[in-house]
Design a protein around this ligand. Sequence first.
Ligand code: S3P
Length: 171
Amino acid sequence: MKRQVFLVGYRATGKSTIGKELASAINWKFVDLDKEIEMLSSKSIRKIFEEDGEDKFRELETEALRCFSKEDKVVISTGGGVVIKEENRRIMENGFVVLIESSMETIIKRMKADSSRPPLTTLTLEEEVKKTISERKPFYEKVYHIKVINENISIESLVQLIKNSLPFNLH
Ligand code: S3P
């Protein structure tokens, strides 16, 4: 297995925060895939969706994933939709995949407080979250090695939990 950790899970489950803390705890590089896509295209994710469409975003996402999966000792936090494509799942399966889950209520609450995430459908936020989670669930389930629940738990405890489950010799 490659020395790579991929954090997957629905939007607003805490992947980036946990990924950053995990990388720092094990002294590995941290990559936030969405941030890299924004830097590569000099546009916010919201702008890419609005001006170029979701398909273009998905191309950039796979390109970025391909590029950063060449790194050694890296923690990569991904966007919630990365699991949809088989190619992306194949890339991640070479490393260790951590699925982060939160309740639908928590996700909706966090998303309402953050306007940077573009809508994926024309549905209401509640309907969209419900629909896309159920569509993606089989893919999340297919790809993960461990699953953690980010609900009523501190980031430190979650990071410790993940760190203890890593199948790598960190010394
Ligand atoms: C998406 C999730 C976003 C971002 C893009 C699409 C999705 O990342 O990649 O807006 O399809 O679920 P987060 O999971 O960090 O919000």
